[in-house]
Design a protein around this ligand. Sequence first.
Ligand SMILES: [Zn+2]
Length: 221
Amino acid sequence: MSVLATLLDLVLPRTCSGCRAHGAGLCPSCGALLDGPALGLVRPRPCPPGLPPLSALLEYGGPVQRLLLAHKERGRLQLTAPLGRALATAVQVHGRDPVVLCPVPSSPKAVRQRGHDHAMRLARASAAALRSQGVDAVAAKLLLPARQIADQSGLSTVARAANLHGALRATGVPRGRVVIVDDVVTTGATLVEAARALTASGHLVVGASVVAATARLPRSP
Ligand SMILES: [Zn+2]
């Protein structure tokens, strides 16, 4: 693709970010995938101790993987609303009571490099989708990085948990049920640390929800 074509595609995508079909940023087939039913509750294997009940819409891979990466890394913000609806479907696995959606924070460096805070965007879009379905939902940035985190890649689940302990701190006044939200879950170690920080500050964490969970996550019985 020429530089001009690449730039044009960024401004006005002419192919689906999920499957490259000609048309728009999201084709009807990939849109239907995001509007489908949730997998339900899932568990990483091994499941890290302290992981709150976790729900996911889809298994990570294929079109949903490409859509999430296009949104996070390439700033395809027209995907925020459909991905937010997808996340809202996963959140409702935890019930339809009033809920505060708290995104997993990215490091300030990652937010700077990407030019946006993808998880906060998804949390806001998801809360809006829930409200449109009659659920009292708000998004709130209750978690902040407490320190720099060493590179997680290549670490075992146990080593990741040790690396992450104390990495996040919670803020805000506790005000009801909290569901931690993110785009993807792999080992669950970050969600464990998020739940620990929130609970230590008096927040009531009822679960965590993601758009997609990696294939190592079989359904809960
Ligand atoms: Zn598509």
